[in-house]
Design a binder for this molecule. Structure first.
Ligand code: TRP
Length: 338
């Protein structure tokens, strides 16, 4: 059968949230980069910039447009080859919204109400609790089920959304026969959890009002070094991983992630040395780690024509698969076929 010879399918998606931080990079994108290298021959990989998801929060149109292209460029800059993978922008493939409607009608109000992200976001934005925010996981289910994905790489915050996707798929298959592949989470090595350089008890975030708290993927070398050097530490002046040393723990995590060195190796390396030496080494390591991605990103952003051509080709390839699934789904549900 055709099915047994087919490569397995992996779908990854990310919202166009603006320039990623070092935290986003070490927490998730570095894994994507490694996966892209390891998997592109073995799996059929789809990468989507989930711009439809982004309008659940009010955004300026020009910002949405710019951020979408930036995130697309960033994916390519990570080394995701648009020839070997399907790299596309969600809104270019209208089937996402179409399938989402059908899935909405097969999702219970109660189960959607239990999504913790919905509860968190409604608390954070009480002025704009829109229906899109509520049905966001259903759109996500459509993203995944359209491509009959076997695996979806998800971080902790999206696990519950993958669960509801599985529930929706199983329910749907139960009613109409096998329509969707039921996706599994793709477990990869947990990414680093990078904390703010100014308040190492909080996650690094670009919405931090203190720009010294985070490193942007586009910061220049001297800015990176300055931010690392002004990172909050402690007065002990001894480099080791331990309780009450949030600042140093964070820098060690960053250093370890960039260099591949273990905490033990790092402790040995800086035995008898002060925080000044350690911070310089961390700064250098971060600069070296980000350099190739940043350079490629800037090069790509200078060639919008190429990016738009890749996006158009990606959309065309994605739509081929998406249309197939949507047709089958609509037929099963009983929509009159032309
Ligand atoms: N909601 C995801 C996030 O914010 C992004 C996303 C949209 C996604 N569609 C998806 C992730 C499909 C995995 C699969 O991170």
């Amino acid at each position: 059968m055709e099915e047994t010879q087919k490569k397995q399918i992996v779908l990854s998606a990310v919202q166009p949230t603006g320039t990623p931080t070092l935290g986003n990079y070490l927490g998730a994108f570095k894994n994507w980069k490694m996966m892209a290298n390891d998997m592109q021959e073995e799996y059929d990989c789809f990468y989507a910039v989930a711009d439809l998801h982004s309008i659940t929060v009010r955004l300026k149109p020009a910002d949405l447009r710019r951020q979408t292209l930036e995130m697309y460029a960033f994916l390519l800059a990570l080394g995701i080859d648009p020839e070997k993978n399907v790299v596309f922008i969600q809104s270019h493939v209208p089937e996402h919204a179409q399938l989402a409607w059908i899935l909405n009608c097969h999702t219970q109000f109660g189960e959607a109400s239990r999504m913790t992200q919905f509860k968190d976001k409604s608390e954070k934005h009480p002025e704009n609790i829109n229906v899109g925010l509520f049905s966001y996981p259903v759109l996500m289910a459509a993203d995944i089920l359209l491509y009959q994905a076997d695996y979806v790489p998800v971080g902790d915050d999206q696990k519950q959304h993958l669960e509801i996707t599985r529930d929706i798929a199983e329910r749907f298959n139960g009613i109409y026969g096998d329509v969707f592949t039921v996706p599994k989470p793709f477990i990869h090595k947990a990414g680093a959890r990078v904390m703010s350089l100014q308040d190492p008890t909080k996650k690094m975030s670009k919405s931090d009002t203190n720009v010294k708290g985070f490193i942007s993927m586009l910061d220049d070398d001297s800015t990176i070094m300055k931010k690392v050097k002004s990172a909050v530490t402690d007065s002990e002046a001894k480099v080791y991983h331990g309780e009450g040393k949030d600042g140093i723990n964070n820098l060690m995590e960053i250093y370890s992630c960039c260099t591949g060195k273990s905490f033990e190796e790092i402790e040995k390396e800086f035995d008898g040395k002060g925080y000044g030496d350690f911070k310089s080494a961390v700064g250098e390591a971060v600069i070296e780690e980000l350099r190739p991605v940043k350079e490629e990103y800037l090069r790509l952003m200078g060639d919008k024509g190429y990016l738009m051509k890749c996006a158009a080709e990606g959309a065309e390839k994605a739509e081929y698969f998406a249309r197939r699934t949507l047709r089958k789904t609509m037929k099963k549900v009983g929509f009159l076929q032309l």
